[in-house]
Ligand binder design. Structure first.
Ligand SMILES: Cc1ncc(COP(=O)(O)O)c(C=O)c1O
Length: 393
């Protein structure tokens, strides 16, 4: 075994099943391992590295902060990047205000607390979440996650979360009562298996939220930030949430999360209600400003849409070629899943051996979430490797 892996295993808590590879550098849409081998990356740090590796603009933005030597000031004081980053976020989303934190789970914790405070004046506290959803690993976020496997061994969970079936409005109506204050939903489920919401479902949730004075929270931690071909996934559906949670690609690789709120939710929190020591520090927001600038560029987003189409067509051809091994493809833009009949791990391991990185979602899906800068010839190469691997299984 690689010495670095051996050393790490002795001192790193065993919470991850890691692949036996050590990455030391990267260039464009490739990661480079400790032997100098290049891997084409369709994982992107699990939908994080939207601009790939060694991106000069992100490096320059961070270097500007590093050169001044102040990385963090706390949220007791203002700093030069927060207005710029939040202005981009609110302009791009058409929402009002942003709260910064460091991760997706934290963004959802903020949203859950906001929902509880919203409901507290009339004693409403229930939050409707969806089966197969994933909202993070902290207690609130994992309680809102509608998958038993993440709950097992961790009871009791946060009280007052009720679960409904995704893309099934009747199931939501069944759990809705006068104690509910919010609905939380991923417009495109990620960890649950790359399952897009139907437009009718999101429209129905919007109507239910309006009629019953609920906060509609969209968790776009994975599917937001340009990945679906618009700045935010809700814009693909043209259905606006009251609360939007973001992280992953928001910092281009630097930990950064945010809860962005619309008019219905911009006056709920007051000083003292919620906070984060590191949330929105100078390093994170300098990097975030660069990623958000890309989302202001229509050509950048058009490219995501086009590359998404190329990916779908390529995956569909593979499904036609291997009907006994592959079932279907689903997703939006550059967040796609290939539903397989075999064990996805066999495909993922085969790809790794062929210097291609892909990742699983749910138990039967191979997921593709490359950097948004992925090129036409890189998608072709990925499909060629995938073809070879599937043929060999
Ligand atoms: C939709 C969604 N929400 C929340 C999270 C949790 O984000 P984090 O791991 O940054 O806490 C994830 C992570 O995969 C996610 O996909």
């Amino acid at each position: 075994m690689n010495k670095q892996i051996e050393d790490s295993k002795k001192v790193i808590l065993n919470t991850y099943t890691k692949f036996p590879v050590v990455f030391e550098s990267g260039e464009g849409n490739y990661l480079i391992d400790s032997n100098g081998d290049k891997y084409l990356d369709f994982v992107a740090g699990i939908a994080v590295n939207a601009l790939g590796y060694n991106n000069p603009e992100i490096k320059e933005a961070i270097e500007n902060v590093v050169n001044k030597g102040v990385f963090h000031t706390s949220n007791l004081y203002w700093h030069p990047y927060e207005a710029e980053a939040a202005t981009k976020l609110t302009n791009l989303s058409g929402m009002e205000k942003a709260f910064y934190c460091n991760s997706g789970a934290e963004a959802n914790e903020a949203a859950l607390k906001l929902a509880r405070k919203f409901g507290s004046k009339d004693n409403r506290y229930k939050i409707i979440s969806m089966n197969h959803s994933f909202h993070g690993r902290t207690y609130g976020a994992v309680s809102a996650t509608g998958q038993d496997k993440y709950h097992k061994n961790f009871f009791p969970l946060l009280n007052g979360i009720v679960y409904a079936d995704y893309n099934d409005l009747e199931s939501v109506e069944k759990v809705l009562d006068d104690k509910c204050c919010a609905i939380i939903v991923e417009p495109l489920q990620g960890e649950g298996g790359i399952i897009p919401a139907t437009k009718e479902f999101l429209e129905g949730l919007r109507k239910l939220a309006d009629k019953n004075n609920l906060l509609l929270i969209f968790d776009e931690v994975q599917c937001g930030m340009g990945r679906c071909g618009k700045p935010f996934c809700f814009q693909v559906y043209d259905i606006k949430p009251d609360v939007l949670t973001l992280a992953k690609a928001l910092g281009g690789g630097i930990p950064c999360g945010s809860m962005v709120v619309g008019k219905k939710a911009d006056n709920i929190f007051e000083p003292g209600d919620h906070a984060s020591t590191f949330g929105g520090n100078l390093v994170a927001l300098s990097a975030s400003t660069v990623v958000l600038s890309k989302l202001e560029n229509k050509d950048f987003l058009k490219n995501v849409e086009e590359k998404g189409k190329q990916l779908t067509i390529g995956l569909q051809k593979l499904i036609e070629k291997y009907p006994d091994k592959l079932t279907s493809t689903r997703g939006l833009g550059l967040m796609q899943g290939l539903v397989v009949k075999c064990n996805p791990i066999d495909i993922i391991n085969g790809c790794l051996e062929n210097k291609l990185l892909v990742v699983r979602a749910a138990s039967d899906v191979v997921r593709f979430v490359p950097p948004l800068t992925i090129k036409e010839e890189e998608i072709d190469l990925m499909l060629k490797i995938l073809d070879k691997v599937i043929a060999s299984i």
